[in-house]
Design a protein around this ligand. Sequence first.
Ligand code: FAD
Length: 480
Amino acid sequence: MSAFDYDLFVIGGGSGGVRAARVAAGETGAKVALAEEDRYGGTCVIRGCVPKKLMVFASEYRDMPATARAYGWDIADGQFDWTAFRTKLNTELDRLEEVYRKLLKGSGVETFDARATLKDAHTVKLSTGEEKTAKHILIATGGRPQRPDMPNAHLGMVSDDIFHLDKLPKSVLIVGGGYIACEFACILHGLGVKVTQFYRGAQILRGFDDEARGLIADAMKGRGIDLHTGTTIVEMHCVGTPEADAMGEAPVDDVQYGQPEQEEIGSGPVRVKATNGTIRDFDAVFFATGRVPNSDDLGLEALGIEPGRNGAIEVDEYSQTKVPSVYAIGDVTNRVNLTPVAIREGMAFVETVFKGNPTPVDHELIPSAVFTQPEMGTVGLTEEQAAEQEEIEVYCTSFRPMQMAFVDAPDRVLMKLIVSKANRTVLGCHIVAPGAGEMIQLAGIAVKMGATKEDFDRTVAVHPTMSEEIVTMRNPARTR
Ligand code: FAD
């Protein structure tokens, strides 16, 4: 008979926490409990990957009537109905949350709809007033969006708010250049919102391959997104206030998009002065300026666990904190903030702690996608990172894909391999193309296996496809 109420208490019912809880309970017979203060499924299911991807799908239909007409279809442009979409989206999210609850129940995990904090190394305190003890505690509390530290930042929305809008804004200023900022710029543009994007850096999508970033930025601008790099907000006020009046007049906007009959929503309209000297009014401002780990007020300091840089809980390769009974996984550790990584970390934790098989988390060569239009799929080193590390050959091609060339659309795709000169290993693969996320999942297997350029070369092309170029590039575009 254990001295504790549970073998494992998981705090947070998101991607990582749910997976760890149900595998520990279902596969090892451990007695497991989980507390979730909000909705089961966490960021990914409720306010991240899933609703975002559904919005990507919705937004991609904007150009389809024109493409279909060019292929001979007699089809008219339509109007996007946000209310109908959002109602369906909410129904789907309710369904998925229920799936998560059932998965936990089916695995024998006891759940508490409550906020949990740590009282000591083996005790969890719930917002219901209950206290529960556990041999191991797993913190999987994720992260949250962060507004910039500037006056009136509360006037802007963050990504969590997008899914709850009653009406789409007529115009939006997106502040930020990371993948969430760029994805929502494309989504909202596709849904008929007039999108302006400010990013203070020189190019969007910092950390990704420079050539891919450039192509996506050009394509976004080409589609009509008013992207300004090297630019950020100096001052912002609600239109109609004396402070906004004192900023000066914004030019009357003569471009009509989307749903002009709809009223302004969210925080807007907001008058914004930019570092480039312009003064403009937007129906809404959307800050996609980074995320912070949910590590505050968890009781960590009392246990001697000082959150590190940016509030991340520091853990070793087995996700163990300084306190041996307390582990942490997922975004709260701010290692690689992606759903499949949080899940992997949860599985490795169970393997290590409950299956007696110490398993360090493998963060090498993680494929990922950016769901901009065009989409990017990427795995491994960028050209810039690889060139710093060793001598490389860059195989690269950019072309108009057959489907789009036929209708004379300007869209280009990019296929790129970074190859080690010394041992011919493919160090990185970067694809900008429709469906690049799907392609990179498969290319990622080869790269993870350590495939060489010659392995790619001896793979027969699938014709006619865009991705056949990845196995038909014969000569390096450059060496570095
Ligand atoms: P979360 O999923 O955030 O779960 C943490 C849970 O803990 C939450 O439900 C929270 O309510 C709960 N919680 C917090 N504190 C407490 C407490 N004290 N007590 C009880 N419960 C608590 N990743 C991808 O791989 N692909 C994508 O395309 C992608 N798109 C994204 C788009 C957006 C807009 C955002 C915001 C994120 C996206 N991500 C994407 C990232 C992904 O959602 C996260 O990496 C993933 O959800 C992290 O999982 P987690 O288990 O660490 O935390």
